[in-house]
Design a protein around this ligand. Sequence first.
Ligand SMILES: NC(=O)C1=CN([C@@H]2O[C@H](COP(=O)(O)OP(=O)(O)OC[C@H]3O[C@@H](n4cnc5c(N)ncnc54)[C@H](O)[C@@H]3O)[C@@H](O)[C@H]2O)C=CC1
Ligand SMILES: O=C(O)C(=O)CO
Length: 325
Amino acid sequence: MKKHVVLYKKLSAQLMERLQAQAQVTLIERLDAQGLAQLRAALPTAHGLLGASLKLDAALLDLAPNLHAIASVSVGVDNYDIDYLTERRILLSNTPDVLTETTADTGFALILATARRVVELANLVREGGWQQSIGPRHFGTDVHGKTLGIIGMGRIGEALAQRGHFGFGMPVLYHSHSPKPAVEQRFGARYCSLETLLQQADFVCLTLPLTAETHGLIGAQAFAQMRPESIFINISRGKVVDEAALIEALRNHQIRGAGLDVFEREPLNADSPLLQMDNVVATPHMGSATHETREAMAQCAVDNLLAALAGGRPVNLVNARAWKG
Ligand SMILES: NC(=O)C1=CN([C@@H]2O[C@H](COP(=O)(O)OP(=O)(O)OC[C@H]3O[C@@H](n4cnc5c(N)ncnc54)[C@H](O)[C@@H]3O)[C@@H](O)[C@H]2O)C=CC1
Ligand SMILES: O=C(O)C(=O)CO
């Protein structure tokens, strides 16, 4: 008998066909109240789950006694209680690598847009405010040659360093769990403490996962260490930052601006003070959101799920201790 898979993210026709050939599929189209009720109703017979952007906590997963595998269509796994999944020997997989370059592109788009005030000035033109040559009041700040600071030198951090070093001649500072000699050799990057990075980088970029250790890592104390010319970029997770402290730092001109793809609460409230600030560029968690990359992520997730349901070890298994071998 075919295994039962619950999708809470829509797949392309091609991937859907592939999944349906191997499994009985329930598709939850939208994660609204009705969709969540459908999900609850489907969980008791589910062997596999595939999706993203949903906190799958124990209260929900206790409804799924037969669950064997979850394929997250994301590299970040902060939506899952990994200890709980491991205890129940539920295999959790994610989608690293396929989104690395696209997410680093988004990071650089935010660096450029924030430093060169692209959104603010494009809006000025759109609103008919371009009546004469712009002057210093509308000038931005250079990106090339400035110091790029990367907090969390993993896959995306390295891709950002590559762009900064080769594309923009930027000296690279980084802080991570441990130094990476290969990265230092390739990009001339220099390992330093978090404090030194905050004090010296012109662009402070977050490319860390959200974990118990990183939750609230960047707060009032961190912003106080940054310089009034520095620009803060977050393409990791909103909860790594104390958003109230960020708003205060922007209000008090402790930093020049911020490029933010992620927020403490998503979607961001329309009345967030961040949206009133010209020196903030806010994007809707779109780091990996290109047609090509989202399809590659979905394909990776389907591969992981089908491997697990066939009794194999998914290539991108997150909780290795859940694997019986
Ligand atoms: N904005 C978006 O749409 C996207 C956001 N992301 C976020 O980016 C994160 C990073 O992704 P990858 O680069 O693929 O992960 P990765 O695991 O390759 O890199 C993370 C790096 O952070 C370091 N790190 C972790 N905790 C640390 C700590 N407390 N102090 C110092 N360094 C620490 C790790 O050692 C590692 O080098 C994801 O977990 C996800 O949350 C990923 C893709 C898209
Ligand atoms: O993969 C992730 O972790 C994302 O945030 C979306 O691509």
